[in-house]
Ligand binder design. Structure first.
Ligand SMILES: Nc1nc2c(ncn2[C@@H]2O[C@H](COP(=O)(O)OP(=O)(O)OP(=O)(O)O)[C@@H](O)[C@H]2O)c(=O)[nH]1
Length: 245
């Protein structure tokens, strides 16, 4: 039997841990066994039980306090993730070998891990060798997607993770409950975007002529097709128990 894994990715604060905790509750309610692994060596708090926690292997604080390394928070995180990549046997031991596993990996928020550093790709390959079918779940805070140029930057981040990891990926807009009624309506157009009308939106909002021109040329690329192929979904906030403020 194959095993299944979701890599839950996205910028800092986009809702990765909340997604994992909500999925766990949701699957429990459906009677499906799902486990969560924390892969963020800088995590301070999460509200779900973990089957494994990277902080048992290495923690950012320890790396930053090490006088011979002298890393700041970002360098420290990259160091931790490289250390993790050299010690996948820790993960193998922690996961054990139960058939029909379904595991959510709560990943760190540093975007460079998904766009150009090799560690997440190495993790994907390792999981595949252990017979996991791996899927990416890329979260973006919907509040950062309500304007066209922000949407374009969101799809570029998601696209770059998808290309670098080469796995099926679902892209999710989170925190919908925090949007105003108007913004919620607005955001629907991003589910099936028409980049030509977005060019108009962006050029009305942006003040700098150069930035307008750049946004226009980016929209002019075949972004409509890319955005549609990325298949955005919306995290159902009510799953998380959040209420409209
Ligand atoms: N209102 C609302 N708040 C949310 C939602 N999802 C997450 N949050 C809040 O957003 C904050 C960040 O959420 P996390 O789940 O910790 O985000 P993360 O991506 O794991 O954060 P990092 O691990 O720091 O990268 C927390 O205060 C959450 O309670 C949502 O759908 N609605």
């Amino acid at each position: 039997m194959p095993r299944y894994a979701q890599l839950v990715m996205g910028p800092a604060g986009s809702g990765k841990s909340t997604y994992c905790s909500t999925m766990l509750q949701h699957c429990e309610a459906l009677g499906r066994a799902v486990q969560v692994v924390n892969l963020d060596p800088a995590a301070e708090f999460f509200s779900y039980p973990v089957m494994a926690d990277i902080r048992e292997l290495i923690e950012v604080d320890d790396v930053m306090e090490d006088d011979s390394l002298r890393f700041g928070p970002n360098g420290g995180l990259v160091f931790c993730m490289e250390y993790f990549a050299n010690n996948f046997n820790w993960l193998e031991e922690s996961l054990g070998h139960v058939e029909d596993d379904y595991i959510l990996f709560d990943c760190p928020g540093q975007i460079e891990l998904y766009t150009h550093l090799p560690v997440m790709k190495q993790l994907v390959e390792q999981l595949q060798q252990w017979e996991f079918r791996v899927c990416g779940v890329f979260l973006v805070d919907s509040q950062f997607m309500v304007e066209s140029f922000k949407f374009i930057s969101g799809i570029l981040a998601a696209l770059s993770a998808m290309i670098s990891l080469e796995i099926p990926q679902i892209n999710i807009m989170t925190k919908m409950d925090l949007l105003s009624k108007k913004a919620k309506k607005e955001i629907e157009k991003y589910l099936d975007p028409d980049m030509y009308s977005m060019i108009e939106d962006s050029t009305n909002i942006l003040k700098s002529k150069m930035f307008k021109k750049l946004t226009k040329s980016i929209c002019g690329l075949n972004f409509g097709l890319i955005a549609r192929n990325l298949e955005w979904g919306i995290a159902i906030s009510l799953q998380c128990g959040f209420k409209q403020p």
